[in-house]
Design a binder for this molecule. Structure first.
Ligand code: N01
Length: 536
């Protein structure tokens, strides 16, 4: 597309080497664009590079989370487990990068410090932390939703003299926890994965819980040889299902409502759900389980009973049972041995709702009931979800407008791929992107963006900028439909976990069907929505 005056002048600059960015680099190159991917980490993986804490693993089935664009890739990579652990995921992503010879167009340890749109040149000037500068016609910021770790403003956090870690910034060389006194603050999906995996190694483990979650078993297993062969034989139908299913999973939906069954049958079905893998507990459950309050309460009571059976100490069991939200109001974590870990004498639970942290000292954590000393404090306190990375990248659009100002009241987007005033900038896998098995939605967005770029090239358009009316319509839909979904403002999906962040829904509340239908309309209208009108 471009006449390349220097090697720092490219068509497409991709930011982020997560699953989405890697795929975007591949698609852009395949379509004949010159492309470069820059990544602040020292290797590929994105979320799966940074979140290398012990126990980090998929909770979507491995073969539904990986790429589907190449049958050969699918055939040659044999996932070892239905829910792969971080090391295997990282190996897979490195394999993909090498398999498609992408590494030569990737730069690691390269953090974007600013991206400024030059209106005259109709190009982005992108600066990196090492003083390199690139001029790109298009920027695709695949910076992810869970890439800015959140540390709460607890008094004295910097004073701690031991080792202070965040699950989302886990050291690449690992951490020796053997015989150490360890604290974990936070019991979201990360904290509850970490607890059982380190429990046996450490001298003591104290879990600081502000609010418990509705955790149910992941039910992971090794993939048998017969299953491996079925996956290969059925690739085309698996791909077809994943490319069209509502939430990007292979799971069979259930057309039954809870009260279609007798009380006895419901209990039997809850038992089936408890023993079913991962997200089937949402996708294959009674179709009204998230919205029928009595059924939801009954399912919660079923889980509570399980927790009481699994945890020996009655008081601890009671503290592990959520009282403040129904099932599905927040993103439920999936666990393996989490509840059982509390049966070890050296593992304890501190209920922060009763005894909040007053401060961190040089030696440990002080709560209403005194100081406990530690060698390691792990902050499993989540992320500035959705907009965190984009708002920190120094993105400046038309007339120097800052993206973080444009989104001061929360994100407004078209299809979760573009926002007005920031021409030639795309952000797949960001706010309003997914609401299910992320790589499937994010891949849909990458495919669409690539078609938009190809269309612009064919027409000789150098500027792609969404019509403000289309953005208003999409954003209005996201905000309105969010009120009909199961997640509430108790969830970080509304930005609630970060003080001062606008309360605005950050997922695509229309889901994949809405994404597909709007994409189809855009294509039918020959991408007109992306062609800015000439000034009058
Ligand atoms: O973060 P979270 P996460 N004092 O925000 C607590 C994905 N993921 O990293 O609930 C004390 O869920 C906070 O308490 P509360 C997945 O999408 C996937 O665990 O706000 N505690 C909460 O317990 C997941 O949803 C996998 O009261 C404080 C915790 O910190 C997302 O990442 C694995 C606090 C934060 O939980 C984020 O999960 C891991 C404070 N001041 C993660 N502030 C898979 O299995 C916050 N907390 C694929």
């Amino acid at each position: 597309m471009e006449t390349h005056e220097s090697k720092n002048e490219i068509d497409v600059l991709v930011v982020g080497a997560g699953i989405t960015g890697i795929y975007q680099l591949h698609r852009a190159r395949e379509a004949g664009f010159t492309a470069l991917l820059v990544e602040s980490g020292s290797g590929p993986g994105g979320t799966w590079f940074w979140n290398r804490y012990p126990g980090a693993r998929f909770d979507s089935e491995s073969y539904t989370y990986g790429y589907l664009f190449s049958k050969e890739l699918f055939d040659e990579w044999e996932w070892q487990e239905h829910f792969a652990g971080q090391p295997e995921i990282e190996r897979y992503l490195n394999h993909v990068v090498d398999r498609f010879d992408l590494r030569r167009d990737m730069r690691f340890d390269a953090r974007v410090t600013s991206a400024v749109f030059d209106e005259r040149a109709e190009r982005w000037t992108v600066a990196l932390n090492d003083s390199a500068e690139y001029s790109a016609r298009f920027v695709v910021a695949a910076t992810g939703v869970l890439s800015v770790p959140f540390f709460p403003a607890v008094v004295g956090r910097e004073d701690f003299r031991g080792e202070s870690l965040h699950t989302g910034l886990w050291p690449i060389d690992g951490v020796d926890m053997a015989a150490k006194r360890v604290a974990i603050i936070g019991t979201g999906s990360s904290g509850v994965q970490l607890v059982p995996v380190i429990a046996d190694d450490v001298a003591s483990l104290t879990v600081y819980q502000r609010s418990p979650n509705w955790c149910t078993p992941l039910n992971n297993a090794a993939i048998t040889a017969a299953e491996q062969s079925d996956l290969r034989v059925n690739f085309e139908s698996i791909r077809e299902t994943l490319n069209t299913s509502i939430a990007g999973f292979l799971h069979e939906p259930n057309d039954k409502s809870a009260f279609d069954d007798t009380a006895e049958d419901r209990q039997a079905f809850y038992e089936v759900m408890w023993n079913s893998p991962g997200f089937t507990k949402l996708t294959s459950h009674y179709k009204d389980i998230l919205f029928e309050p009595t059924a939801n309460a009954e399912w919660c009571e079923f889980i509570a009973t399980k927790i009481r059976e699994l945890v020996d100490d009655e008081e601890t069991a009671d503290r592990l049972i959520p009282k403040d939200h129904r099932y599905g109001e927040k993103r439920p974590p999936f666990v393996n041995g989490y509840f059982e870990a509390f049966n070890n004498a050296h593992v304890s639970l501190v209920d922060l709702s009763a005894t909040p942290i007053t401060r961190i000292t040089e030696a440990g954590i002080e709560t209403g009931s005194g100081l406990e000393e530690f060698d390691i404090i792990v902050w499993a306190t989540g992320f500035d979800f959705g907009t965190g990375a984009l708002n920190r990248m120094g993105i400046r659009g038309r007339e120097g407008r800052a993206l973080e100002d444009h989104w001061a009241d929360g994100p407004c987007t078209f299809l979760g791929v573009q926002t007005t005033g920031f021409p030639n900038l795309f952000f797949p896998g960001g706010p309003h992107a997914a609401a299910g098995n992320n790589p499937r939605y994010n891949g849909d967005q990458v495919d669409f963006i690539t078609e938009v770029l190809i269309d612009a090239r064919e027409r000789g358009n150098s500027v792609i900028e969404v019509d403000p009316a289309a953005e208003d319509e999409w954003t209005g839909m996201v905000d309105r439909w969010a009120r009909h979904g199961s997640f509430t403002e108790k969830s970080y999906y509304y930005g609630t976990n970060v003080p001062g962040k606008p309360r605005r829904y950050l997922l695509n509340s229309g889901g994949r069907p809405k994404l597909f239908s709007v994409i189809a309309e855009v294509i039918e209208n020959e991408y007109r929505v992306f062609r800015p009108s000439p000034p009058e």
